[in-house]
Design a protein around this ligand. Structure first.
Ligand code: URA
Length: 483
């Protein structure tokens, strides 16, 4: 856990002080307060990045001396202050030096440096930020609590994150499991919740209980929802890398289910001749050895290859817009037009959205537009395909794609359009009327909830205009929040 930090020009002969080396010593892990204080002091003393050695206490190579923490705050642009806490937890020992180099350049004439995505420093820091976002997502998705035997209602989970993210990840679990007493143990530290959050020393895997009835429930649930004909190990592995399997009770069922999938799917095909094309589980297992998608393109290729959960859709409709877009809009699912054209928000609701965006001063082409569910679901009425709302189960099925997609796009603000998007982003059904406005999605981006444009289309004429103006007003707030 971060502790007190020390920073100051090295003083002894061997330290390098003669050649003007300054040593900034931070606590191991993600030492945000330490970095902040050190950066302020070094900037105040006009020390350039190349004159600083950043080290953590455990690796102390140079002598250090403590220095008082009195330097004034730095006036940094918002993209820089937002980025810093998202990079500090990275495991790369160069993280502090890179961040300081960014601060130095921004304060020495390159104020808009963060907008230069091609700059090697900015590019590297963005990649680091994405690595952290991905690690947080994995911890949120794959950590499993187990009940401690012979103790009243206490749960413990073991997890090994790639980066120093325990403190950044903990609030998510407080939010989800506020009424339980729990601990998360990692090799670097532990987090404990009993109505108040505290952090402590590292734990060991053996300190977490092995298995329990709760766990059998997970496994049963997983087995009962597993459909052998839909076996898609690329997608499965992209969402749930092998590294996490050990901690997840439901994964105990996977090898047997995969082995049996071919035979079970064959039986289903014989029973139902219209089954989608048979998959080859052996090839799928081989494919599983490959890495999870490393880019939005790779992820989109997985999505595009997937079959709709409910048969009927022509194609998967992928998100659209620039990587690094400041604002991402999440809708419900593609409609009839979107399904035919393979693009999000091109039908009537999409056209209304475009108009409202233009009125609110948001360039549609600068934003990223996507959906919670990637396939159109409908019922046929004569020749017309009538949109059907996705169920909570369908939304959750598609959720990992949305999470990964947003990790890659890394927007500053995500706008949930309507209740399905809110469910996909929070995992909870929340009435829009109560939640409308700025929101917290427990992710490394800001959130905002508003209505879906198709709701406006369904209103009676006399209510439409006022509701439309309120929608545009929401989008103006979104524009200002993201600016
Ligand atoms: N409604 C949505 O939620 N998304 C679309 O792409 C179109 C309509």
């Amino acid at each position: 856990m971060p502790g007190p930090h020390r920073q100051g020009p090295a003083s002894s002969a061997e330290t390098g002080a003669r050649i003007g080396i300054h040593v900034a010593t931070l606590a191991p892990g993600a030492d945000m307060p330490g970095f902040r204080a050190a950066a302020r002091r070094l900037i105040a003393a006009n020390v350039p990045p190349e004159a600083i050695v950043w080290q953590t206490e455990a690796l102390s190579l140079f002598g250090t001396e403590s220095a008082p923490n009195e330097a004034p705050p730095l006036a940094l642009p918002r993209p820089v202050t937002d980025l810093i806490p998202m990079v500090v937890p990275h495991r790369d020992p160069e993280r502090y030096g890179l961040l300081y180099a960014l601060i130095w350049r921004v304060l020495h004439g390159e104020r808009a440096l963060m907008e230069v995505a091609s700059d090697p420093l900015v590019h590297r820091l963005h990649r680091m930020r994405k690595g952290i976002a991905r690690d947080l997502h994995k911890m949120h998705a794959f950590l499993r609590f187990r009940r401690v035997p012979n103790e009243p209602e206490r749960y413990v989970a073991w997890f090994e994150p790639d980066h120093h993210i325990l403190e950044a990840a903990a609030p998510f679990f407080v939010d989800r499991f506020r009424n339980l007493r729990w601990s998360i143990l990692t090799p670097e530290g532990s987090a404990h919740w009993d109505g108040a959050l505290s952090f402590g020393p590292p734990g060991r895997r053996e300190d977490a209980p092995e298995g329990d009835g709760f766990e059998a429930g997970w496994r049963d649930y997983y087995e009962s929802t597993f459909n052998p004909a839909r076996l898609n190990l690329d997608a499965m592995r992209a969402e749930m890398p092998r590294k996490y399997w050990r901690n997840m009770p439901e994964t105990a069922a996977i090898p047997a289910l995969v082995r049996a999938a071919g035979a079970r799917a064959q039986a289903m095909i014989e029973k139902a001749p219209t089954m989608p094309e048979k998959r080859d589980p052996v090839r799928a297992v081989e494919r599983m050895a490959r890495d999870e998608p490393e880019s939005l393109e790779a992820l989109n290729a997985v999505i595009a290859r997937s079959e709709p959960l409910v048969p009927g859709a022509t194609q998967a409709v992928l998100g659209e817009g620039p990587l690094g877009a400041t604002i991402a809009f999440v809708g419900e699912q593609p409609g009839d037009q979107e399904d035919r054209q393979g693009r999000p928000f091109v039908g009537p609701a999409g056209q209304l959205l475009s108009r409202a965006l233009a009125e609110a001063g948001i360039e549609r082409s600068d934003a990223y537009l996507t959906n919670a569910v990637k396939h159109f679901k409908f019922t046929l009425r004569g020749k017309r395909r009538i949109h059907e709302k996705p169920t909570a189960g369908e939304v959750s099925h598609y959720r990992w794609w949305l999470d990964r997609e947003l990790d890659f796009v890394a927007p500053k603000l995500v706008v949930a359009l309507g209740a399905t998007a809110v469910l996909a982003l929070t995992g909870k059904p929340v009435p829009i009327t109560r939640a409308r406005g700025p929101a917290e999605f427990g992710r490394p981006f800001g959130g905002f909830i508003t209505v879906h444009p198709s709701y406006l289309l369904r209103l009676p004429d006399e209510a439409k205009e006022e509701a439309y103006h309120a929608f545009v007003a929401d989008l103006r707030r979104v524009r200002d929040l993201a600016a």
